[in-house]
Design a protein around this ligand. Sequence first.
Ligand SMILES: C[S@@+](CC[C@H](N)C(=O)[O-])C[C@H]1O[C@@H](n2cnc3c(N)ncnc32)[C@H](O)[C@@H]1O
Length: 278
Amino acid sequence: MVYQKQEPKKKKAIKPYHRIKAHANPASDYNFYYPTGPESYDWTKNYPQQAMNEKKVEIADVGCGYGGLLISLSSLFPERLSVGMELRDKVVQYVEERIDKLREKHVGQFQNISVIRTNAMKYLPNYFEKGQLQKIFFLFPDPHFKKATHKRRIISPTLLSEYAYILAPGAYAYFISDVEELYLWMFEHFKNHPLFEQVERDIAENDSCIPLIVNSTEEGRKVNRIDGKKWFAVFRRITDPSKKDLTFKNYTLTSPKEIDSTTTTTTSTATITEVESK
Ligand SMILES: C[S@@+](CC[C@H](N)C(=O)[O-])C[C@H]1O[C@@H](n2cnc3c(N)ncnc32)[C@H](O)[C@@H]1O
């Protein structure tokens, strides 16, 4: 009898999450599922304990990354359903596992948040009906510095029209960046779009989502660690472009320091400074 020496089986390497590719190209044609329209998407698999025949998702975090905002939204809006939309599959897997663990540990909680793998630049109207969303977040989107890649930016006139379509009249759109150039790009596009107007400063400063957009996400915390600056703004979806107040003085909120993200009722105005927008 001949004995063959058996090679020990090689263990399949599991990619640690910190080694996940930092960016994905939204222009690439990914081979993933998307519904043909909102009516054909089965939300019960995302929210198994919710009565999905009575409820709809009202809050979307576009490019949610590792899900920090979603976790905070769960307790800030316990009665509302929030969803993260993310392009990178490994990141989506991470967020799914994160939510599953929270649901297991805190029975009955975190049932109002979920994540979907999708290209938000292409498929948002496949998931949401006209006027469905009350809030949409664009937090630290990829900057795509080079002019040739500007078309990959998540804010553009065409995409804003798409976002306006899925937002309810009066709904809010939040955006933040640590890259001033990108912030200004987003600001200008929102400002010039006929279906958006900037939210009045006192309302924006007291909005309970502001501490979250500044500090609850992984990217926001990364900026804190290097003591970086953040620029952010809030815009409202309007219905009648002729009523847009063109004399309104635009402003920019900046946060050079950390705002306590556990204080979700009011924003410490001391840490926010106003900058006149050009
Ligand atoms: C810089 S990260 C910020 C993540 C998160 N918002 C945060 O603040 O921590 C940008 C995220 O947007 C995702 N992303 C980029 N383009 C996207 C697209 N078209 N659709 C969905 N997600 C996208 C990226 O994969 C990445 O996770």
